[in-house]
Design a protein around this ligand. Structure first.
Ligand SMILES: O=P(O)(O)OC[C@H]1O[C@H](O[C@H]2O[C@H](CO)[C@@H](O)[C@H](O)[C@H]2O)[C@H](O)[C@@H](O)[C@@H]1O
Length: 383
């Protein structure tokens, strides 16, 4: 992988938050500077009409995506119509489980294919290591999960890749043995000593323990813009009950989990209204959250490849990266691993969802069980 080469950047479209193209790592991230009126080739501009029908159409499309972004859990009901529906749902569930087998039920199969390989673990945070909760500030991980991650990190190089700010996710996880990537991979603190140190967006720094690290921030030129858009989003949505705006350093989350359904359209319209003023920012959908982020060709998939490069593992045939995640932004990482059979993606979901992952786990408690199984397997295979 050549992290220094520059290629033309593909245009990211606003209406398809998950980039569907299946491509290898194209280290086409050009150095960033603050967005200016003259559009540099660094920035992939999304054309936006100022007013009118297009805005309504876009807001309506957002509302549809908002509705589908976090399907409700299965209802337990007693009447016959619902019994039929429940049976149909069970069939759909089984078909889905065949396509995305449980990484726990099929652990042996998984372990066989990992034999002789060096596993590298990539973990998403919210919905993967911590259960989804109403208040984003209270998404704590359990002590048992922390212990599971800690043990796993003793056996395998382990990184957390989150949409949160890197500081926030470190605050939640609190383990120093890991690598951390915040802001959907746009803020990576990794090891020094590989060719990724020389990347134009890399700087030498020290971590909280005083250890020398490589800090990679491809969207550093957007810091001021993100601060401004965050303030505007707070102001624009403050009258809507239940909205929370979270500054994730290089991206902003607008949460609508606690907003009445009838107001979702208003949330979409207000966010759309603000984004019209920022052609260098785009929107992606997470779990009951609108995520505003810079239009740069960087995502969690590229962060995975960058970290593998930083660890000196990107060209090793015997390396098996595993990525565990629950939402749409994790799909970029699943795709990167699927390409060229690089590794395995594991989707965390209790409801059927289309994905580029290979396996599934139902919830964070199954993630913990899987991590514990991995550690036991590793220990028994090195006896
Ligand atoms: O990449 P991740 O680590 O999964 O981060 C994605 C977003 O996660 C958080 O929001 C989600 O979890 C919250 C706490 O459970 C929940 O209240 C919210 O509805 C979910 O969308 C985080 O707050 C966001 O900033 C991240 O972008």
């Amino acid at each position: 992988m050549d992290l220094k080469s520059n290629h033309a950047s593909p245009v990211l479209t606003e209406t398809s938050p998950i980039n569907k193209s299946r491509r290898g790592l194209r280290a086409n991230l050009l150095p960033c500077s603050a967005p200016s009126a003259a559009v540099s080739p660094l920035y992939l501009t999304i054309p936006r009409k100022k007013n009118g029908i297009l805005d309504d159409v876009r807001s309506a499309a957002w509302v549809d995506a908002m509705k589908s972004s976090s399907p409700p859990p299965k209802m337990i009901t007693k009447d016959i119509t619902n019994d039929v529906e429940a049976a149909e749902a069970d069939v759909a569930d089984q078909i889905w489980m065949q396509k995305y087998p449980s990484a726990l039920l099929f652990f042996e199969k998984f372990a066989n294919s990992a034999k002789g390989k060096r596993i590298v673990l990539f973990l998403d945070y919210d919905g993967t290591l911590s259960p989804i909760v109403e208040n984003p500030d209270c998404a704590f991980m359990s002590e048992s999960m922390r212990a599971a991650v800690e043990e796993a990190a003793k056996c395998f190089p382990t990184a957390i890749i989150s949409g949160r700010s890197r500081d926030k996710v470190f605050e939640f996880v609190g383990l120093t043995e890991l690598y951390y990537a915040g802001s959907h991979g746009m803020d990576i603190m990794g090891p020094v000593g590989s060719s990724s140190d020389d990347h134009p967006n890399s700087i030498r720094s020290t971590d909280k323990q005083g250890k020398e690290v490589n800090l990679f921030q491809p969207a550093s030129g957007f810091l001021t813009t993100i601060g401004k858009v965050c303030a505007s989003l707070v102001e624009a949505t403050e009258e809507i009950e239940g909205v929370t705006v979270e500054n994730n350093k290089f991206c902003v989350s607008v949460h609508y989990r606690n907003v009445d359904h009838k107001d979702w359209k208003e949330v979409a319209a207000r966010v759309n209204g603000i984004l019209k003023e920022y052609p260098h920012l785009r929107l992606t959908h997470g779990r009951k959250v609108l995520e505003v982020r810079p239009v740069i060709d960087w995502d969690k998939g590229k962060a995975v490849m960058f970290l593998l490069e930083s660890l000196g593992l990107s060209k090793c045939e015997d390396v098996l990266p595993i990525y565990i995640g629950d939402d749409r932004t994790d799909e970029d990482a699943f795709k990167v691993l699927r390409e060229g059979n690089r590794g395995y993606g594991i989707l965390v979901s209790s409801v059927p969802k289309e994905s580029s992952a290979d396996y599934s786990l139902r919830d964070p408690s199954e993630v913990m069980e899987f991590l514990n199984s991995l550690v036991l397997w590793k220990e028994s295979s090195t006896l």
